[in-house]
Design a protein around this ligand. Structure first.
Ligand SMILES: Cc1cc2nc3c(=O)[nH]c(=O)nc-3n(C[C@H](O)[C@H](O)[C@H](O)COP(=O)(O)OP(=O)(O)OC[C@H]3O[C@@H](n4cnc5c(N)ncnc54)[C@H](O)[C@@H]3O)c2cc1C
Length: 475
């Protein structure tokens, strides 16, 4: 009996464990465990849980088309797996467990270890596959080559049918109707901007490659165009593994062949493929340095960037930032977009991060957690490292680090104010210069809560000096 345990790889296409577990028509039990840890984890936001549930429904639908179904167990993953294995042994089966390695959080890593140990104690087989490319041995010089070798390899075959026997199990299980009923709070998130599931992932990729990608390389920094679909919007799908980066990579390469000679289009798709690689390289980094999820990369920053409770003054700034009420329109529009859509484009994520860490002088720990609570694509590996990067902690060998100017960014990235008018209706009707100069006194919208130039100078110098200390130590 092959146990096919889905986690953040909610797809049938190009999925190592699906192909291996179903080989030779072996009896297979596909399942997911609704583990209370996930939705009680402080970093989990409602939109992400909803996306997960939708992806499970779609996986079940796709499995049903192959004469199978997705079983939903409920409870602590380790206990469920131990009970499931024990009951199958009692029924005369010899279970073999298939799952893809999880590189996200300590909980997942220690859970997987406990399960592998349990299987070893019972002398049962366990196959740990890969969801996307991951180098297991630390051989950084070879990472780039190995990554591209993996992306060019043939994808795992999708089975045509699954042999799932009827089993009688005494374990907490949910039907999909019960999933909707019991976890209603996660389904009710208002308007849905990103829908989960492998079927949606594939159609999102297709529509991007058909036409949306044109101009990607310059549109991706523009918040309004990105919101309208100038970037792929695949991030939640890559986070939950409803599509593999290899499928995306290979489809993109095929499209490049069709576009032969169209240099701009090829350039856009090259920029897109680079970002796919970044996705996997962030996962890789977390695998090698799991501590960077919560600790400063360099201890020199430990006094300045701390996860401690905020002082009343900082708390006020933090709340204004969270609510989109800082008086810096581009920051506020983006923060409102995050709360509503569960998504922002790269440039706005970065700009809002430097605003909080440098201008407000608030540690990246607080901002990263807020993002994780709202992002539908919340991925600890990318989010927390990006936050450290924007806060000036990483890459200290460089003399400079970037602090975004939110008003200059309006002129550059939202010159016709489409994005600002959409998210800040209080400012509709005001011109660019009136907005940048704060001449909207008859609006309910607040004046800037801080002096951007001064905070940049003072806090920017503190961070610069800390970077210098790291540099001196490292060189
Ligand atoms: C402070 C901060 C926090 C972030 N947190 C997350 C996060 O939690 N989850 C997440 O997926 N991305 C995160 N990003 C990266 C990036 O902003 C998003 O991946 C991107 O905006 C998602 O939109 P898209 O799918 O349309 O991207 P596209 O531009 O279409 O890119 C395609 C894919 O490439 C990957 N990618 C794109 N940009 C980056 C990047 N800079 N670093 C790593 N991978 C990238 C993503 O998987 C993305 O889906 C963060 C960036 C910053 C500055």
């Amino acid at each position: 009996m092959h146990l096919l345990w889905f986690r953040r790889d909610l797809r049938l296409t190009d999925n190592e464990i699906v192909t291996l577990a179903t080989a030779n028509n072996a009896p297979v039990l596909p399942f997911f465990i609704i583990d209370p840890w996930f939705y009680t984890w402080a970093d989990t936001g409602k939109a992400r849980v909803r996306f997960l549930f939708e992806s499970l429904e779609n996986l079940n639908y796709n499995l049903q088309r192959l004469d199978s179904q997705l079983i939903l167990f409920e409870g602590n993953s380790t206990h469920v797996l131990q009970d499931l294995t024990g009951q199958l042994i009692q029924q005369g089966y010899q279970p073999k467990l298939f799952f893809n390695r999880d590189v996200q959080v300590e909980y997942g890593v220690s859970r997987d270890k406990a399960i592998v140990d349990f299987y070893q104690e019972l002398n049962l087989d366990c196959h740990l596959g890969l969801n996307n490319f991951l180098q297991l041995e630390d051989n950084r010089e070879q990472w780039f080559n190995e990554y591209y070798t993996y992306q060019r390899q043939p994808q795992y075959q999708t089975p045509e049918t699954l042999n799932t026997p009827e089993l009688s199990l005494n374990l907490p299980q949910l039907t999909f109707a019960e999933l909707r009923k019991k976890y209603r709070e996660f389904w009710d998130v208002g308007e849905v901007y990103f829908s989960g599931g492998e079927t949606n992932a594939q159609s999102t990729l297709n529509s991007f490659l058909k036409s949306r990608f044109h101009g990607y390389h310059w549109k991706l920094s523009r918040p309004w165009l990105s919101q309208q679909g100038a970037t792929s919007h695949l991030s939640p799908h890559l986070t939950f593994g409803t599509i593999s980066t290899r499928t995306v990579y290979q489809s993109t390469k095929t499209r490049v062949t069709e576009l032969a000679g169209q240099e701009k289009a090829e350039f856009s798709l090259k920029a897109f493929r680079d970002r796919l690689r970044w996705h996997d390289s962030f996962t890789q980094r977390l695998y090698f340095y799991p501590e960077v999820a919560y600790k400063n990369r360099y201890p020199e920053f430990d006094e300045w960037y701390r996860p401690d409770e905020l002082s009343p003054t900082s708390l006020e700034l933090f709340q204004a930032w969270q609510e989109g009420m800082t008086g810096f329109p581009l920051v506020d529009a983006s923060m409102r977009q995050l709360k509503t859509m569960g998504w922002m484009n790269f440039r706005m994520r970065a700009m809002c991060a430097t605003f909080l860490t440098i201008n407000c002088g608030i540690s990246w720990h607080h901002g990263a957690k807020h993002y994780m609570n709202y992002l539908v694509d919340g991925d600890l590996a990318i989010d927390n490292w990006q936050w450290q990067m924007q806060a000036g902690v990483t890459n200290p060998l460089s003399d400079t680090f970037r602090i975004y100017n939110p008003n200059k960014n309006i002129e550059e990235k939202d010159p016709d104010l489409s994005f600002i008018y959409h998210w800040i209706p209080e400012l509709r009707g005001y011109s660019l210069s009136e907005i940048v100069e704060g001449k909207y006194t008859d609006s309910y919208y607040p004046q800037p809560i801080l002096d951007w130039s001064n905070t940049r100078k003072v806090n920017g110098k503190i961070v610069s000096d800390l970077r210098k200390l790291v540099r001196e130590r490292l060189i």
